[in-house]
Design a protein. Structure first.
Length: 343
C-alpha cells in the first residue's frame, strides 16, 4: 500500500545506489530476476495450490524476466511485507517490487529507489460492515478506523477527516493479518486502504458479502513497479510494460502473436516495429542487452496488458471489473493507460 519509507533509508542511500548496468549484470549473471510481491492479496499476488504466486502484480514480475532473460519462468517471486520490500530493494536483496506501491514525490526523489511504470491507477477508500448501516464516508464521524501503522494511509485519513471537521479514532496495526482480524472481529468500524486492496482483502473474510466498499475515493494512488536504481534495468522494465500496452493498442495477444509473426511483413508499421527482426524493438534490444525477440517473448509468455487485467481482475473473476469502465482503460478508450511509441 502506501507505507512511508523508514528513516534508516536516509543513512544508506549513498552506499546502496547502483551504477548504470550493474544490477542488470547481476540479473544476467545469476540468470534469475528476484521480484517482491504482497504475500497474500487475492487477484494481485497469492500462492496457488503448488505454492507458486499468481496474480495481476506477479505477471509484471514475469514480464520483466521475459524481457530481460527471455524466459518468464526465470523469476524468483517472493512474498514479503510492505516495509520489508522497500528495505530489501535498498539492501539490494531483490531487483524489482511489484506490489501496489504508490509513487509519491518524496519517494521518487529518493535515489535508493527507482519508480519505473504505473501498472494500475487507484485511490484510497473505505470498507465497512453492512451492519454498520452507512452508505457514505460522510457518515463516519466518530468511527474507529483500522489502517496500516506507519503508512501514508494515516496521513490521507488525517487530511480527509480534518478537512470535514469530523472526529475519528485510528487503530494502527502493522501486520496485515492482525489488521484484518481486528476489522473482521468488529474492533474497528472501518478498514482504510487502496480500493484495489479493499476488494482483494474483502475476499479474505469468511463472509465477503457482509462487507461493502463505500463510494468515496479520497486520494490518487498511481501504483508502480519499483526497481533498484539502474538505468538499463529501469529502461528494460519500462519498455517491456510499453510493449504490453502497444500490443493492446494494435490487437496483439499471446494467442495471435505467432500468426502475426508468420506474416510480419504484411502487418501495420507499428506492429512491424514491435516484432520484426529489423524493427525498433530489435534495435532497442541491442542497446539494452536484451534478447533480440524480447518483445515477442513478453507477449507470448505473459500477454498484452488487457490479457493480464482480464485474467486476474476481469469480469470472469471475483472482482468482475470491466476494464473499459475503469481509469485503467486504454487512453484510446478514455482511460489513463497510454502506450509510448516504440520506434
Amino acid at each position: 500500500m502506501k507505507t512511508l519509507l523508514p528513516s534508516f533509508l536516509v543513512t544508506v542511500v549513498v552506499a546502496t545506489t547502483a551504477h548504470a548496468g550493474t544490477v542488470m549484470d547481476d540479473i544476467k549473471a545469476s540468470d534469475k530476476l528476484v521480484c517482491l510481491v504482497n504475500p497474500n492479496s487475492p487477484g494481485f499476488s497469492i500462492p496457488d495450490s503448488q505454492g507458486v504466486f499468481q496474480g495481476f502484480n506477479t505477471d509484471f514480475c514475469r514480464m520483466a524476466a521475459a524481457g530481460i532473460l527471455g524466459d518468464a519462468e526465470k523469476v524468483d517471486i517472493r512474498g514479503v511485507g510492505f516495509s520489508d520490500s522497500l528495505k530489501t530493494l535498498v539492501a539490494r536483496g531483490a531487483h524489482v517490487a511489484s506490489r501496489s506501491i504508490t509513487e509519491t514525490g518524496t519517494r521518487d526523489a529518493d535515489p535508493a529507489l527507482a519508480f519505473v511504470a504505473t501498472t494500475f491507477y487507484d485511490g484510497q477508500g473505505f470498507m465497512v460492515p453492512k451492519s454498520l448501516g452507512v452508505s457514505s464516508a460522510k457518515e463516519l464521524k466518530g468511527a474507529t478506523v483500522c489502517a496500516e501503522d506507519g503508512s501514508t494511509t494515516l496521513l490521507t485519513l488525517a487530511d480527509w477527516f480534518s478537512d470535514r471537521g469530523m472526529s475519528y479514532r485510528v487503530e494502527n496495526i502493522a501486520d496485515k493479518t492482525a489488521r484484518l482480524e481486528a476489522f473482521f472481529s468488529g474492533k474497528c468500524d472501518v478498514y482504510a486502504s487502496d480500493v484495489t486492496a479493499l476488494n482483494s482483502d474483502r475476499l479474505l473474510s469468511d463472509k465477503p458479502d457482509d462487507y461493502v466498499i463505500l463510494p468515496e475515493i479520497i486520494s490518487n494512488e498511481p501504483l508502480a513497479l519499483v526497481t533498484q536504481p539502474d538505468q538499463e534495468l529501469e529502461s528494460a522494465v519500462f519498455w517491456a510494460f510499453q510493449v504490453m500496452l502497444n500490443a493492446d493498442k494494435y490487437g496483439v495477444t499471446s494467442k495471435n502473436v505467432d500468426e502475426i509473426m508468420a506474416d510480419i511483413g504484411n502487418q501495420p508499421k507499428a506492429v512491424n516495429r514491435l516484432f520484426a527482426a529489423d524493427g525498433a524493438a530489435a534495435e532497442m534490444a541491442t542497446k539494452l542487452g536484451l534478447p533480440a525477440d524480447w518483445a515477442y517473448r513478453v507477449i507470448k509468455q505473459v500477454g498484452a496488458y488487457s490479457e493480464v487485467f482480464d485474467r486476474h481482475l476481469g469480469q470472469e473473476t471475483p472482482f468482475k471489473l470491466d476494464r473499459a469502465k475503469t481509469i485503467n482503460a486504454s487512453f484510446d478508450d478514455g482511460g489513463l493507460m497510454y502506450a509510448y511509441p516504440i520506434r
